[in-house]
Design a protein around this ligand. Structure first.
Ligand code: ADP
Ligand code: MG
Length: 576
């Protein structure tokens, strides 16, 4: 198979687009490196890191899917032996024709034209937002959760506060020292703990006991300087990044688990009460004073950073293992709000935007199979198209089909390709942003992760192309989501009486591993927002990384909602 043959079968646009769009240098950043590089000058302690879990259920499904689909196309050899190194062999012309057909179908189905598709989705999003704000459960897609955070931190917060960040495969415990107006965050210390896979699918009490145990471990290492005054407790901001129904700043019940968690017995329970009880059982003098979402924490951190400017932080978006967004809504636009109106006239709304679903969403057979094999089929459809947990697996599924239908990796299907989630989104971004002329990174990942050795350059280019298509769709859908919120709050440039906001910059605070570590994705997302808004309006919309809302932001909100005012600790003992 020569390169000339490949280009004869693939449309000219495929590789041209992929190469020209690779503007950013490839940044290989392993999670541990990134964590080490974060917050320079700040103390920290990392216990352990872990990669995404593999879910047995979905493995079984996918294996059966794979067997079924092989039957359908009449292939007989399925290798389920522990993977020997597979070598990509010479592929016949007819198989490359098949590859081209599958690739073009993928490209067509993942296409996201602004006018014909994204604008339609945006209108649908705005309608769902309104419905979700009107009455509880008014939207089947967006929960539009009232966060009970009606103002962002003042910057005067002072003292030591704790945060617990639970929302992905790891959780973190932090202690942050805020120094008031002059010196905001003085230092922080944290531990990162991986959540054993069996706890993610286990019992409610076990999970909270495990967390309380780790909190106790963290606190036990502290010196006397951190002990609260007699009769007082350490105060904790609890970032719980799953859909919850919040009933006050420190109470909320889980609606459903997402992102691969399926813990029994939590749905309908107050997660703050569960954690407080588990801490009390351990004899830990700590209490949750703010239950926040990572999006809200991100908004809080970003608002501190922009306090001196004429910017308004209105939106925050997380693109990590999962995805969500929150934004500042006018209380008058929230008919379902029943309490007295907050003096700020505002309320932060956590949308749970991963739940958006629409028949217009550009889904493929790979997305449908991924959804069917997931722990929450039919749910979080938007999230499954664009968050870090899933992009790698969509790419794997495309490669699997090509292996089965076009013998892309030789006569035998590489057994590792059958393993759900074996290919992670970090692999996708590393392959996609491979700058080497012979795509060495792609070769290495295919070899090391999928056991496919000695691949041709044409094949590696094809893999990059698939990554590009899947990532582009994700980035543009995320961009559309942001424009949906801008439209809802009248910041998309279409509002007539926009004099008050005309010259204000609207800040969209972004966080999450996918956004942070995938420069191409970031650029594509921003390009989509600019395309949708038009260049004039886009100038006033600043999309920027705002790190660690789920940690520092949560501690900040715990401080803002302290039971003891501004100085909850023995101030004399505090490090200056
Ligand atoms: P969480 O969402 O679990 O709180 P993060 O915000 O750190 O955690 O996001 C982790 C997710 O980010 C991972 O699941 C992965 O999908 C994605 N990610 C991490 N590193 C990269 C990378 N280099 N490129 C693309 N995505 C990445
Ligand atoms: Mg997170």
């Amino acid at each position: 198979m020569s390169s000339a043959m490949l280009h004869a079968t693939l449309p000219a646009s495929s590789s041209a687009e992929q190469w020209s769009s690779r503007a950013s240098p490839w940044m290989h950043a392993s999670q541990s490196k990134v964590l080490r590089g974060m917050h320079a000058g700040v103390q920290r302690h990392i216990l352990s890191l872990r990669v995404a879990p593999i879910f047995e259920n979905s493995m079984r499904h996918t294996f059966m899917d794979a067997i079924r689909s092989r039957r359908k196309v009449g292939l007989s050899r399925v290798s389920m032996e522990p993977s020997p190194a597979v070598t990509s062999e010479v592929i016949s012309r007819s198989d490359w024709n098949r590859v081209a057909i599958v690739l073009e179908e993928l490209r067509r189905k993942c296409d996201t034209p602004a006018d014909e598709l994204l604008c339609v989705l945006i209108d649908g999003m705005v309608e769902e937002m309104k419905a979700g704000l009107a009455v509880e459960g008014g939207s089947k897609d967006y929960k539009m959760i009232l966060t009970y955070v009606d103002k962002l931190p003042s910057g005067k917060e002072r003292g030591h506060f704790y945060a617990l960040d639970l929302g992905g495969t790891n959780f973190r415990v932090l202690r942050v020292h805020f120094g008031g107006k002059e010196s905001q965050m003085k230092d922080q210390e944290y531990q990162e703990v991986s959540i054993p896979a069996e706890l993610m699918l286990g019992q409610h009490e076990e999970l909270f006991d495990f967390i309380a145990g780790k909190l106790a471990e963290f606190v036990s290492k502290e010196t006397d300087a951190y002990h609260p005054l007699p009769g007082r407790k350490r105060e904790l901001g609890f970032t719980f990044s799953f859909p919850i129904k919040q009933t006050s700043i420190d109470a909320g019940t889980l609606i459903k688990w997402t992102k691969g968690f399926a813990v029994e017995g939590t749905a309908g329970k107050d997660v703050v009460q569960a954690l407080n009880e588990a801490m009390e059982k351990r004899g830990l003098d700590m209490v949750v004073t703010a239950l926040v979402n990572d999006t809200v924490g991100t908004l809080a951190v970003a608002s501190l950073a922009t306090q001196k400017q004429d910017d308004e932080v209105m939106i925050s978006v997380i693109l990590g293992t999962g995805t969500n967004a929150c934004y500042v809504e006018s209380i008058d636009a929230i008919p379902k709000w029943e309490g007295p109106k907050p003096s700020s006239g505002k309320m932060i709304i956590s949308m749970e935007w991963g739940g958006f679903s629409s028949s217009f969403l550009p889904r493929t057979q790979y997305d449908e199979a991924l959804d069917a094999a997931s722990v929450n089929p039919g749910e979080q459809i938007y999230e499954k198209l664009l968050s870090g947990m899933y992009l790698g697996d969509v790419v794997r599924r495309v490669l699997l089909r090509l292996a089965e239908e076009a013998a892309l990796f030789g006569p035998t299907v590489p057994s590792k390709l059958l393993v759900p989630f074996i290919l992670g989104t970090p692999h996708v971004s590393a392959m996609h942003q491979d700058e080497s002329s012979d795509l060495q990174v792609v070769g290495k990942i295919l070899g090391n992760v999928l056991g496919i050795d000695e691949t041709s350059l044409e094949l590696r280019k094809l893999v990059v192309d698939i990554c590009s298509i899947v990532a582009k769709r994700a980035a543009r859908l995320a961009g559309a989501g942001i424009v949906g919120i801008l439209k809802k709050i009248g910041r998309d440039g279409t509002k007539q009486d926009s004099s008050a906001t005309q010259n204000k910059r609207t800040v969209v605070a972004m966080d999450g591993g996918l956004y942070e570590h995938y420069p191409w994705f970031r650029a594509e997302l921003k390009a989509a927002v600019a395309e949708l808004l038009g260049s004039e309006v886009a100038k006033n919309v600043v999309i920027e990384l705002s790190k660690d809302g789920s940690g520092i932001g949560a501690a900040l909100l715990a401080a803002a909602h302290s039971r003891y005012g501004l100085f909850p600790f023995k101030y004399a003992n505090m490090r200056a």
